[in-house]
Design a protein around this ligand. Sequence first.
Ligand SMILES: [Zn+2]
Length: 313
Amino acid sequence: MQTIGFDIGGTKIAAAVVDETGREFAETRRDTPRTWVETAATMNGAFTELRDACPGVAAVGVGIAGLVDRSGRLSYGPNLPGLQHVDVLAELSKEFPLPVVVDNDANVAAYGEAVHGAIRGIDDALLVTLGTGIGGGLIIGGEVYRGGHGYAAEIGHITIDLGGPLCACGERGHWEAFASGNALGRMGREAAAVGDAPSVLAEADGDVAAITGHQVGQAAAAGAPDAVALIDRYADLVAIGLANLANILDPSAIVISGGLIALGDVLIQPVRKHFLLRIEAGTERPVPDLVAATLGERAGVIGAAALARRAAT
Ligand SMILES: [Zn+2]
């Protein structure tokens, strides 16, 4: 069965036709417009293009960056102000002559990794995305766990330090303010500003303000001790949140996604080391496997298409 997956982000709308093996057939990509009316028109154009290429498509799945309630309404979407409070599922059901499902982007990515990616065949798993913030998706019993209202797995906003830095959501001390990809960049800039990260500074051509998590990762991958030390501190901050979640959920595996995954074991190994120390009774029990995502930025469209297929069968 072929279905269409949409991934609606703050800047781009990606869409593709995907079959039950996870193979992508046609794909398209457009800028995200400002208003819902324009967004619906853009999605309609993409839908028409994809269905012309693959006339047999049976359903449409949509992943949206923001809080999506159980009725398919975007309750909160700071990166998609034009879609805030829009009943996306109801609107798209009028737009497309096929069954439609709508969910949060990280839930969709988790489902994609569960059906076609790094946690394939694992019934109980957690997806953690380290990017601008920290996103989460929870797979329980092979299905996306949504909670009572649809807002489950907003894992970036667990508080790990009452007096910590401000989170993008306006509260203090949330995990994503410490352990997102952006937070790694901030750690790099702070270290470089006081002379503690010369190799990272060199990666940014001497410009402290230009340092992001990417430069820290590059320097660490090259083996520079200052950058390796930064990654180790960052890995512990990642591990603290993972251990909190694993103590509650006991997943079989945790899949880590986001751009930093390109670092491979330079990041994953120190996270594993700290995770073992942070989780309850780490030496006395099987601990969740920490694995890197395999679908990359395609997890959104592939997962949305898989969710649509799940709903249509
Ligand atoms: Zn927050």
